[in-house]
Design a protein around this ligand. Structure first.
Ligand code: SF4
Length: 348
């Protein structure tokens, strides 16, 4: 295990130990927060950009106020193109940074600045820069779940929805790839494209938790269920999938595949939008929490869960938790980000 990976695991363990569960809100409290947030969004000329993994209440608010609920690629595009002067990004740190890089003239606020990602933590710029320098013959492709500094060091940024297409494109041009930080997604891309891919040793603590043996067991209980898997999951899980794809792609697969039940290997926040898309189908979370795991996530990202209606209200009231990115870094990170958005627009 690399030093960066060991440090990341320690940071993750420390974070998880410090988490205290929020008591659930009553219906009256939920309605009151929703009303306050709606009024504040108007007052602040702000729009809510939320990730699929956030609390369903936040996703509902985004839907009801003309915001968006999506994956990180669409969040980036939506925030950039929306006319509001303030973006409220409900997700994790790299999503707020990406929004700020793509919309430097806008104010970007986040319900919490503490929400990060094990992939981002596990890829510190100093070690990553040294790794890139050791392999300077390779095209550097980084996943969106990275810091602005790591993006600024990259040739390409990709999300899981276009990772395969970008690497296929580079492979066809004869380029060798240096991939960071998610080793499971990177190895999936390597297997699917046949490209020469050198992997950084990072992983997502949520997706790494899905267990093949337990998935086999649950499949016996629901033999007709289709298995939908996010490619941040380990190879043993990917190999059992009926469909592998990004969050948006697996929601779409739930619509198009004929199965009436699905076992879903990604964060269970996705169930809110997925159930809307397939109201007559049954969704089952893939099993987690085997022995020897980094943590027990139960298919729930602990950082995404830090976004809540109370801290969102506070931030809208006070204008605190504004996201800033060093302008020099932002200018360099903008290049691979723009390349990603243009590539994805051209593929549509
Ligand atoms: S689910 Fe995994 S990849 Fe997504 S933000 Fe959480 S730790 Fe990062």
């Amino acid at each position: 295990m690399s030093q960066a990976s060991a440090t990341a695991q320690q940071v993750v363990r420390d974070h998880l130990e410090g988490i205290t569960c929020r008591p659930p809100l009553t219906e009256v409290q939920q309605a009151s927060y929703k009303e306050q947030i709606k009024a504040l969004l108007k007052r602040e000329n702000a729009v809510l950009v939320a990730h699929y993994y956030t609390d369903p209440l936040i996703q509902q608010l985004a839907e009801e106020t003309g915001g968006c609920v999506s994956d990180s690629l669409e969040m980036a595009r939506f925030g950039r193109d929306h006319p509001a002067s303030t973006l409220i990004v409900a997700g994790v740190k790299f999503m707020g940074e990406t929004a700020k890089i793509l919309s430097p003239e806008k104010r970007v606020l986040m319900p919490t600045l503490e929400a990060t990602c094990s992939l981002d933590i596990g890829c510190p710029i100093e070690e990553f820069d040294a790794f890139c320098n050791q392999h300077s013959d390779r095209t550097v492709v980084v996943y969106a779940n990275t810091s602005a500094a790591v993006k600024a060091r990259a040739d390409w940024v990709v999300t899981s929805s276009i990772a395969l297409q970008v690497v296929e494109h580079l492979h066809a041009k004869g380029e060798k790839i240096l991939w960071a930080p998610d080793k499971h997604l990177g190895s999936y891309v390597q297997r699917e494209t046949g490209a020469d891919v050198l992997l950084w040793d990072g992983s997502c603590i949520v997706h790494e938790e899905f267990k093949a043996k337990a998935l086999e067991d649950i499949k016996k209980v629901y033999p007709e269920a289709g298995i939908l898997v996010h490619p941040e999951s380990p190879q043993s899980i990917v190999e059992m999938a009926d469909y592998v794809g990004s969050t948006s792609q697996i929601i779409n697969a739930a619509k198009t595949l004929p199965n009436k039940q699905f076992i879903v290997a990604t964060d269970q926040g996705i169930f809110y939008k997925m159930q809307q898309a397939v109201p007559d189908k049954e969704l089952i979370i893939a099993p987690t929490a085997g022995n020897g795991a980094t943590c027990r996530s139960c298919g729930n990202c602990p950082w995404m869960a830090m976004n809540a209606v109370d801290n969102m209200t506070e931030v809208l009231e006070s204008g605190s938790n504004e996201v800033f990115v060093d302008p020099g870094l932002a200018e360099r990170a903008m290049k691979p980000l723009t390349r990603m958005l243009e590539f994805s627009a051209a593929k549509k």
